[in-house]
Design a binder for this molecule. Structure first.
Ligand SMILES: C[S@@+](CC[C@H](N)C(=O)[O-])C[C@H]1O[C@@H](n2cnc3c(N)ncnc32)[C@H](O)[C@@H]1O
Length: 218
């Protein structure tokens, strides 16, 4: 998909990266949950003492390992695991980050492992993400829900920003063209037909919306 205004070339929010850079990363071991192919972990590794990326998809972890080796990064490692089941304590993290992989199980585990004063920061899909398809992601939150979850998990919210971008179209064809890179995925997850229907019934928008959050263990 095309890079959105305000995103880095790796598709990471500059606001999110700035919030992380305000922490003493050189002294910290950072745990990146739902790391995928390591996009965030690899961006952070040169700035941190160490980074551990976890994902349940072995193929993604293999790709992340290859990318780390190609970049010559020795302080990052990648592990296959389920971040909604595993205990994070064996990784001894000083900070937990999550990029587009957020759930109450993750926030609770971060709350359990981090000492007071330590940071949990994440980018999550906002509930308005791709609302035109009528299928919110299970990783999606509204502001109030995210705040409630963080409080329950033992965190104080320091920053909570919604980054939103609404593309508008003049025709059905334009709307379809804007989502062409998502067609295969949306056909598989049932979003494509509702989106086509939305356009055919006169809808002319496609919304992308993320929550960018930094919270500190109370
Ligand atoms: C939208 S991708 C984001 C990947 C990466 N953080 C990034 O921004 O490029 C979500 C990732 O979360 C992983 N994931 C989802 N649920 C998970 C779980 N319970 N345990 C481990 N990984 C999970 C998926 O395998 C996928 O790689």
């Amino acid at each position: 998909m095309a890079q959105s205004p305000g995103e880095t070339s790796e598709g990471l929010s500059p606001t999110f990266l700035e919030l992380l850079r305000l922490e003493p990363l050189r002294e910290l071991t950072v745990l990146d949950v739902g790391t995928g192919a390591g996009r965030l972990a690899l961006a952070l590794a040169p700035l941190c003492r160490a980074v551990v990326g976890i994902d349940r998809e072995a193929r993604q972890i293999d790709e992340a390992k290859k990318r780390a080796a190609a970049a010559g990064l020795a302080n990052v490692r990648f592990v296959v695991g389920d971040v909604e089941v595993e205990d994070y304590a064996p990784f001894k993290p000083d900070m937990v980050v999550a990029h587009l992989c957020m759930s109450s199980a993750i926030a609770e585990r971060a709350g359990r492992v981090l000492r007071p004063g330590r940071v949990f920061a994440f980018v999550a899909f906002h509930a308005d993400q791709w609302k035109e398809t009528g299928h919110p992601s299970r990783f999606a939150y509204r502001e109030v829900g995210a705040r409630r979850l963080l409080k329950r998990s033992g965190f104080t919210v320091e920053r909570l920003v919604v980054e939103r971008e609404v593309a508008t179209f003049e025709s059905v064809e334009q709307g379809l063209a804007a989502a062409v890179a998502l067609e295969e995925k949306w056909k598989a997850d049932g979003r494509w037909s509702p989106y086509v229907k939305f356009l055919e019934e006169g809808g002319r928008t496609l919304t992308r919306a993320h929550l960018v959050v930094k919270a500190r263990k109370t």
